[in-house]
Design a protein around this ligand. Structure first.
Ligand code: SAH
Length: 460
């Protein structure tokens, strides 16, 4: 972030602008919404600017800028639409000690003015650091459509009512009150006032809220692969207890006031014990909090979900499961393949390379059969173990094996190999992110190449 967004109190402060044409007009229309003392320095000013000056909205100095014109100004705009003149006046204003903006010149500006959605006192400022003005305009357009024109009025009436709401305990209760108030669009100050009074009465007499737990799948990492339900749970959470594999971009989506607690677990070997995690979940829910237990992928797949559910049940805490996209789904999508395919494999196994006892044992003979497909979770450290077991039980050494690291994330990497070469190739690839191993699947592109090669060989 090269520019730090702030809202500046301009009441009674000087803002000076040099220029009298279209660029000056555009900036002045915005500045006139504030309570700043505005001076315009322009040898030639558009009629609109002269009108504003004669009606006392701003002061017009009808000449070119001179040293000292921007003294005591908080902000200065160079808006002459002439590079040389803008550079000259910017230098003068700089010497006068003002913060300088040169219109349409990011490089020489000390601050920039964002695109604004105005629902005074609610103001949304959108900036792209000059990277994409078109994007800023389209975000502005969609926010303009989303935010009711009555929002400003509702916020003003709400603000005056704030002290009454202190009758509700701080935290979730007050938040629910305000979100109830803002959920109905009201365009009349009196109606808004009555609604606030009725709502406060209802909330004051509502029975104490019980906490509950959402066991939520965060998906494989790409925030766009979150379900809408997961998104909603994160929006409303009081407490988020997350595993280490949950992508930081997803944690960013949690409600800003939510308490974020790391459960520190990776695929195996928890650094916070499961009992301690259960205790964390239950104690927060019992305190009345909406707890989101956020797990990577789908919480029902190798997530120790049942232990957490049992802890909730034992404590009489309500819970729900919000399914997520498991990493096998994201990984197979990255290969352009499907998990099952007519004539190839009519079933697929989800297995773990590791369990509480160490390397996990499976029905190796069945897995070694031709055409078998398995998604192996936590399979990095155990790769040499299951490679050996499968070969020992008669698997074809040429069986395709594909390892997908960081599926769905920008750092995604794919290793395409064969069972006989899986190790040491996997170790040599030095994958340090979460990785999923597919036994019996190769990327579609690799298969097409192999087909072409076979056809060429047959032709020779
Ligand atoms: N509940 C999770 C799995 C938890 S076990 C799910 O449904 O995906 C942890 C294992 O999941 C990791 O060791 C790795 O094998 C796999 N995994 C999780 N996220 C992954 C990702 N983005 N890419 C590849 N594998 C991932």
């Amino acid at each position: 972030m090269k520019h730090f967004p702030i809202f500046m109190a301009l009441e009674g402060r000087r803002v000076v602008l040099s220029g009298g044409g279209d660029a000056a007009l555009a900036k002045l229309r915005l500045l006139l919404k504030t309570e700043a003392k505005i001076s315009v320095v322009a040898a030639e000013a558009a009629p609109e600017i002269r009108n504003w000056a004669s009606s006392g909205k701003l002061t017009l100095i009808p000449r070119a800028m001179e040293p000292g014109d921007a003294l005591c100004a908080s902000l200065f705009y160079a808006a002459n639409e002439d590079d040389a003149e803008d550079a000259r006046v910017a230098k003068l204003a700089h010497l006068d000690g003002a913060l300088v903006n040169v219109v349409d010149n990011l490089e020489d500006s000390q601050f920039i003015t964002p695109a604004i959605v105005d629902r005074d006192p609610v103001t949304v400022a959108i900036g792209t650091e000059g990277a994409a003005p078109v994007l800023a305009r389209s975000i502005k357009k969609s926010l303009e459509e989303q935010l009711s024109p009555n929002l400003g009025l509702m916020a003003r009436v709400g603000k005056a009512f704030r002290k009454h709401v202190e009758a509700l305990p701080f935290g979730a209760k007050r938040r629910t009150f305000w979100s109830d108030y803002y959920s109905t669009d009201i365009g009349d100050a009196e109606v808004a006032q009555t609604r606030l009074e009725d709502l406060l009465d209802t909330h004051l007499h509502a029975p104490a809220r019980e906490g509950w737990v959402d066991l939520v799948g965060a998906g494989p990492g790409d925030p766009e692969l979150l379900t809408l339900k997961a998104r909603k749970a994160l929006d409303n959470a009081d407490v988020v207890i997350y595993d280490r594999l949950v992508a930081p971009e997803i944690l960013e989506l949690a409600r800003r006031e939510a308490v974020m607690l790391s459960a520190g677990k990776e695929g195996f070997g928890p650094s916070v014990t499961q009992d301690a995690i259960n205790e964390m979940i239950v104690s927060h829910a019992r305190g009345g909090a909406h707890v989101v237990r956020l797990k990577s992928g789908d919480p029902t797949v190798f997530g120790r979900l049942d232990e957490e559910i049992e802890a909730c049940e034992a404590a009489g805490v309500a819970w729900t499961i919000v399914p997520g996209i498991t990493s096998a789904s994201a990984a197979v999508a990255a290969l352009g393949q499907s998990l099952t395919k007519r004539g190839r494999n009519s079933g697929v196994r989800f297995i773990t390379g590791h369990d509480t006892k160490g390397f996990a044992d499976h029905d190796w003979r069945a897995l070694a059969a031709k055409g078998e497909v398995a998604a192996i979770y936590m399979g990095k450290k155990s790769a040499r173990f299951f490679q050996g077991r499968l070969l020992m039980h008669g698997a074809d050494p040429a069986t395709p094996v594909t390892v997908i690291e960081n599926a769905s994330r920008p750092t995604q990497r794919i290793l395409t190999t064969r069972l006989s070469e899986l190790e040491p190739e996997l170790t040599n690839a030095k994958f340090d992110g979460p990785a999923l191993v597919f036994l019996g699947l190769a990327p579609r592109a690799a298969l097409q190449l192999a087909d072409q090669f076979d056809q060429q060989e047959a032709a020779i």
